[in-house]
Write a protein of this length. Structure first.
Length: 318
């Protein structure tokens, strides 16, 4: 809550709409997200700053994409600095994306894509497998080493709540049990239409500041605490946004590196115009809006952008 104000609560139907990544090579990224994972190419810009848009291809709602990819632009003037930062991605300690998470509607889809990825393991950078009590997850890395989680939720009746916090763990995934639900004769070609971006997990510099921004300012519920990590959600989901300080508390603000691969921004989708206007008015009253966009070709009627305490860029739209 902003000091002296009435507590603000985000609408319970708010969710992550899409994630926009900066990548070093559009074609290599398309080989991963489109050719390997099965997301459909639903749009492309022809400007000097090339961007592509990926989705299940079956959702008519706007904007009709889950992941946007834009090529990082470099010039000879900053090439050496850029290459240095790229080569030292793990040591440079910059706020931003830990992973984006693609949510599947049923366990059998997770089993099917896991089998598919195993069959193409020579082209897959597996980063781990986990049972989180509320969900089951596969972790990958894309060509720019962005973290990608693919997961399914357990039924909410199986989630265990203690007060306002949900029980979450990181335990080994029972791979054989998962694969037992795979439809072995079904070749993985694409994500089901109900697929969504379930959450984003971020590297931040300070958990107290992160909680103040995501919970007290944006009005998300603080739903779980993990070693050096906080989890936040609209309504009673396990989390839409997670923050951690696993890179340390001396990391640099995201906005300091405009020509770096990784997160450009993520977007929070609000259910209707009324809720968008309520959110916009609230953000504007406290001078939190960094940018505003009117209608554009991507399907947004209007959107606003804010920056969190680590200059991570967040879009709100409906």
């Amino acid at each position: 809550m902003i000091q002296g104000s009435t507590p603000f609560t985000i609408h319970p139907a708010a969710k992550i709409g899409y994630v926009h990544l900066r990548v070093s090579d559009i074609q290599k990224s398309l080989q991963f997200y489109h050719s390997l994972l099965g997301l459909k190419l639903v749009g492309r810009t022809s400007s000097s700053s090339e961007s592509v848009f990926l989705s299940t291809g079956a959702d008519s709602k706007s904007p009709s994409f889950l992941i946007a990819l834009s090529k990082v632009e470099t010039t000879p003037k900053d090439k050496n600095d850029f290459l240095f930062l790229q080569d030292n991605r793990r040591s440079r300690k910059v706020a931003g994306l830990y992973h984006l998470a693609i949510l599947l509607p049923e366990r059998r889809f997770l089993a099917n894509i896991f089998r598919h990825l195993q069959e193409h393991r020579d082209h897959v950078h597996f980063d781990g497998f986990a049972d989180h009590a509320v969900s089951e997850s596969i972790y990958l890395r894309d060509p720019d080493l962005n973290g990608v989680e693919i997961y399914r939720d357990r039924p909410r009746s199986e989630w265990r709540w203690k007060g306002h916090e949900v029980h979450m763990v990181t335990e080994p995934l029972n791979i054989q049990d998962l694969l037992s639900e795979s439809t072995s004769d079904a070749q993985w070609k694409e994500f089901p239409s109900e697929t969504s971006i379930g959450h984003v997990h971020l590297h931040v510099s300070n958990l107290v500041n992160a909680k103040r921004f995501y919970s007290e300012i944006l009005g998300l519920n603080h739903t779980a605490t993990y070693p050096s990590a906080y989890f936040f959600a609209a309504d009673e989901y396990h989390h839409h946004v997670a923050t951690n300080i696993w890179l340390g508390e001396d990391i640099l603000p995201r906005a300091s590196f405009s020509n770096l691969t990784g997160l450009d921004h993520f977007a929070i989708h609000l259910p209707n115009k009324r809720e968008f206007e309520r959110m916009s008015k609230y953000l504007d009253e406290f001078n939190l809006i960094a940018e505003e966009e009117q209608a554009d070709l991507r399907g947004f009627s209007r959107s606003v952008y804010v920056h969190d305490s680590d200059k991570i860029r967040i879009q709100f739209y409906h």
